[in-house]
Design a protein around this ligand. Structure first.
Ligand code: IPM
Ligand code: MG
Length: 367
């Protein structure tokens, strides 16, 4: 096979800082594991707006469609808050998701043993936590029509539409069941079938898809109850499948269970390409964190773990992904911490690049 291609879009805020560390990790796999990648870098979000007046240039979009995987840092920042909605940094990200048709967004929430004390919940509630949220990413209220702000009588009305076709629900559900088969064989589907027709259809279709997976135990929960259960007893879950908006909210909630948003990766997957690999984009769940941008404080782990997901889901290198995850685990177990992971006992936090150094050293030690 030819050298796999990666498009790196560092984006805004801390995106470029954390992505620099990922680039070092990619180089390590090229040099030490004979796994070279053909990497190109481009702009997205506010950075693209500054250069081109749009949050994603058409050439960048075209390149994203061609490569084996896209790695994205983060988009947005206060400098862009007053821009017109159509050119806000977030529109660049949403365009990538929509045009690449990345319908299945995998957001794992895993609690590293060394960090169980950092959760806002009691240690025994989160220790060993390992759940996977599958968020539908290309439809629902994020993209539904009609939408807009219209005049009605003497006031304005804001309109968005929750809309799901059966096939959109089906493909998201199927990816959740497939994942569950390789994990704990449980799927919990979350919607609001008590108030939304889209929720009724969601429940019906997920139930139907579930018939193809008799080994998987399927349950349903209203999304508000799901939020409550996530903070009450998160270990009851294995795979959660939910729509675009509920998935956005529930995944932030699940993320915080693990102690820091700076730890959580994600994968957004679409249909297989001609070479058999899925269309794919990998990004940390955290945002651009303008408050700490440029200070060398950012935690690069979520972005590095996103590259580990790329190794697993795009390049069929599950063992190498595990090598990288284990390296991170051992670095944390040794007590190394970035500023977001400092406990009340204090200590000196590592900078972004020092955390990169530590992970590279642990990778060397794994050989
Ligand atoms: C996320 C983010 C995005 C979303 C924003 C930046 C558009 O919150 O990926 O969770 O709402 O999907
Ligand atoms: Mg979000």
């Amino acid at each position: 096979m030819s050298t796999p291609t990666l498009l790196i879009l560092p984006g805004d805020g801390i995106g470029p800082e954390v992505m620099d560390q990922v680039t070092r990790i990619i180089d390590w796999f090229g040099a030490k594991r004979d796994m070279p990648f053909d990497v190109t870098t481009d702009l997205v979000g506010g950075a693209a707006y500054d250069a081109h007046g749009v949050p994603l240039h058409d050439d960048t979009m075209a390149r994203a469609q061609e490569v084996d995987a896209v790695l994205l840092g983060a988009v947005g920042g206060p400098a862009y808050d007053d821009l017109d909605f159509s050119v806000k940094p977030e529109r660049g990200l949403l365009r990538l998701r929509k045009e690449m048709d990345l319908f299945s967004n995998l957001r794992p929430a895993q609690c590293f043993d060394a960090l169980a004390d950092f959760s806002s919940l009691k240690k025994d509630i989160v220790a060993g936590l390992d759940i996977m949220i599958v968020r539908e990413l290309t439809s629902g209220v994020y993209f539904g029509e009609p939408r807009g702000i219209i005049e009605e009588g003497n006031e304005r009305v804001g309109i968005n539409t929750q809309r799901y076709t059966e096939s959109e629900i089906e493909r998201a559900a199927r990816s959740a069941f497939e994942l569950a088969m390789r994990r704990g064989k449980k799927v919990c589907s979350m919607e609001k079938a008590n108030v939304m027709e889209a929720g009724i259809l969601w429940r019906e279709v997920v139930t139907r898809v579930g018939l193809d997976y008799p080994e998987v135990e399927l349950s349903h929960m209203y999304a508000d109850n799901g939020a409550m259960q996530l903070v009450r007893a998160p270990k009851q879950f294995d795979v959660i499948v939910t729509d675009n908006l509920f998935g956005d909210i529930l995944s932030d909630c699940a993320a915080m269970l693990t102690g820091s948003l700076g730890m959580l990766p994600s994968a957004s997957l679409g249909a297989p390409m001609a070479n058999g690999r899925p269309k794919a984009m990998y990004e940390p769940v955290h945002g651009s964190a303008p408050d700490i941008t440029g200070q060398g404080k950012a935690n690069p782990i979520a972005c590095i773990l996103s590259f580990a997901m790329a190794l697993r889901y795009s390049f069929d290198q599950g063992d190498e992904a595990t090598r990288l995850e284990n390296a991170i685990e051992s670095v944390l177990a040794s007590g190394a911490r970035t500023a977001d992971l400092m406990g009340p006992e204090g200590g000196t936090p590592l900078s972004t690049s020092q955390m990169g150094d530590a992970i590279l050293a642990a990778l060397d030690a794994s050989l």
